[in-house]
Design a protein around this ligand. Structure first.
Ligand code: GLC
Length: 542
């Protein structure tokens, strides 16, 4: 015991000496770096004499604020495969704008990140990360953008791949990332008040923090929020990986085990101080087996830590007034450009330029997006005087199906099997109706983008769709879209027909469009809710 204490004391002293070294250089560097937005000067080659402490000090500022670090596997503007990247690209920015927290984000340094962006990264240093019996190189880079500090974990063996996910060794790649995050903090002597981890890829950061790092200087007081963007993907591996791959201590096995497997999401839910999901309705839904993909008992047992906060939208990124992909820009005060957008879209797709409702489906083509419902009644939808445009890729069954329908309904239906942001913008702006009948939707972004582009969404009332869309068809007075409740194709068809009918009433439709455009999908309210959670975790610490 006494030996343990003296070792700990020695370690503490070492760290404190290191902290003093960093602090001194911080003061000298503070002047040099103030006002710097994007750092491109301190390149490895040109600043060979810069010490590690100086480099760290460029990014870890002298603290007079509380701090939060986001850990995620993707984030705009660096890398995106789905909605998580939108959140990581916008929430930290908004929190930084509020000014109460020092905000940083840490991501893997994928080779897919654009070279133009990488040119602005500064190399901070390198060290090794122990992962069970492995000992792996880790490089640490950084840059500042929009008031947020971004860190990047470099290891080409893990991240120089032609895809972000779905590699045979994803478990090992993200175990490495999750642990490297904590070692980076130790390396920089930077201990944020709160770490906000996101989804299974960074779940192990919570587990490591509360197990292997819990007694380490600097780490013990860090609090954690674990955000679930989608409970479907949990990070499940054989229990043998607990020691051989992740290197978790044996006493934690029970906590990370679920149904005979190692389950990273379960471990993070159990170990984190608070848990959030991306909409209030989804937070309620995942207590139920229908939505929880097996984790309902874990969610219920941790209900006291759980809350739901609706995602916002990056209103600068999705803006019909400035979006350069649009045929013509428009705004709430002058919607004439939207009519142009529709005509040009029809022309581009070879559809007759008629004033009929254009119904868009912009989605990953996978089952939980509700495509079975569409498949069941698409003939009946196309029987109406409408045009249907599909944009997306995914399961080849759906891809083939939509191509087949396009062939059968030439002149009424188009299927573009691709993921293309430019085309998506053209479709959001050129369509009248967006169809989003998801079986499950933790939050969903497309319904918000549609409203922002004056296109009315038809959604199923689940998760974030229920929290963001007020259905006109239910109250016949106001609303920013249409909705149905049960996962039933004909219930959906009935609402689609209602929307087509309402489209015929130009005055009514125009009112709904204005109310869609006026929906508040900013991050303002939601970022304040995140801050409340951080405050409750970080306490009064200044
Ligand atoms: C996931 C969810 C989606 C949510 C996004 C961002 O992709 O499936 O509903 O909008 O995360 O939180």
């Amino acid at each position: 015991m006494a030996k343990k204490q003296s070792v700990a004391k020695e370690a503490n002293e070492k760290v404190l000496a290191k902290a003093e070294e960093v602090k001194t250089t911080k003061r000298t560097c503070a002047k040099k770096t103030s006002g710097v937005k994007t750092v491109s000067s301190a390149k490895k080659t040109t600043k060979a004499k810069t010490t590690k402490a100086e480099k760290v000090a460029e990014f870890v500022e002298v603290k007079n604020k509380k701090s939060v670090l986001f850990v995620a596997s993707e984030g705009l503007p660096f890398v995106k495969t789905g909605g998580l990247a939108d959140v990581i690209g916008s929430l930290p920015k908004e929190l930084a704008k509020r000014g109460n927290y020092d905000v940083s984000v840490i991501l893997p340094l994928y080779s897919k990140i654009d070279a133009g962006l990488r040119d602005n990264f500064t190399f901070i240093g390198n060290f090794n990360v122990a992962l069970a019996w492995r000992n792996q190189y880790c490089g640490l880079y950084s840059c500042r953008l929009d008031g947020v500090t971004y860190y990047f974990i470099d290891n080409e063996y893990y991240f120089k791949r032609d895809k972000i996910y779905s590699c045979y060794d994803d478990g090992e790649r993200f175990a490495f990332f999750s642990k490297a995050v904590l070692d980076s903090l130790g390396f920089m002597n930077f201990y944020p008040d709160v770490i906000n981890c996101n989804d299974w890829q960074s779940a192990a950061t919570v587990i490591y923090l509360k197990t292997l790092y819990n007694d380490k200087f600097g780490f013990s007081q860090i609090k954690t929020l674990f955000t679930i963007h989608n409970i479907e993907y949990q990070g499940k591996y054989g229990m043998d990986t607990a020691s051989d791959l992740f290197g978790f201590p044996e006493w934690a096995y029970d906590t990370v085990e679920f149904g005979g497997c190692l389950n990273l999401m379960k471990g993070a839910i159990e170990f984190s101080d608070k848990v959030s999901t991306v909409s209030p309705t989804y937070a309620k839904e995942i207590k139920d087996a229908y939505f929880a993909n097996g984790l309902e008992s874990v969610i219920c047992a941790n209900e006291h830590k759980l809350c739901g906060i609706l995602n916002g939208l990056d209103l600068d990124l999705y803006n019909p007034e400035t979006d350069t992909s649009l045929f013509k820009n428009y705004s709430i005060s002058d919607l004439s450009g939207k009519k142009e957008c529709k005509k040009e879209l029809q022309k581009m797709l070879g559809l007759p330029q008629r004033d009929v409702p254009v119904i868009a489906l912009i989605s990953r083509l996978v089952s939980h997006k509700g495509l079975d419902l569409i498949k069941a009644v698409l003939d009946e939808i196309l029987y109406e005087d409408v045009q249907v445009v599909v944009l997306g890729q995914g399961d080849c069954d759906y891809e083939n199906y939509f191509k087949y329908v396009e062939g059968r309904y030439n002149g009424k239906c188009r299927a573009i099997i691709a993921f293309n942001k430019d085309m998506a913008s053209k479709l959001y702006s050129g369509a009248d109706i967006l169809l989003m009948p998801s079986k499950q939707e933790p939050c969903g972004l497309s319904q918000m983008i549609a409203c922002r582009y004056a296109t009315l969404p038809i959604v199923r009332r689940t998760g974030g769709l229920a929290d963001s869309i007020v259905p006109f068809n239910l109250n016949r007075e106001n609303g920013n879209g249409f909705a149905f409740t049960n996962y039933n194709a004909h219930e959906m068809l009935y609402v689609i027909k209602d929307a087509i009918f309402t489209y015929g009433n130009k005055e009514q439709w125009a009112k709904l469009v204005i109310s869609a455009l006026s929906s508040d999908f900013s991050w303002e309210k939601s970022s304040a809710s995140y801050e409340e959670i951080y405050d409750s975790l970080a306490g009064d610490k200044k």
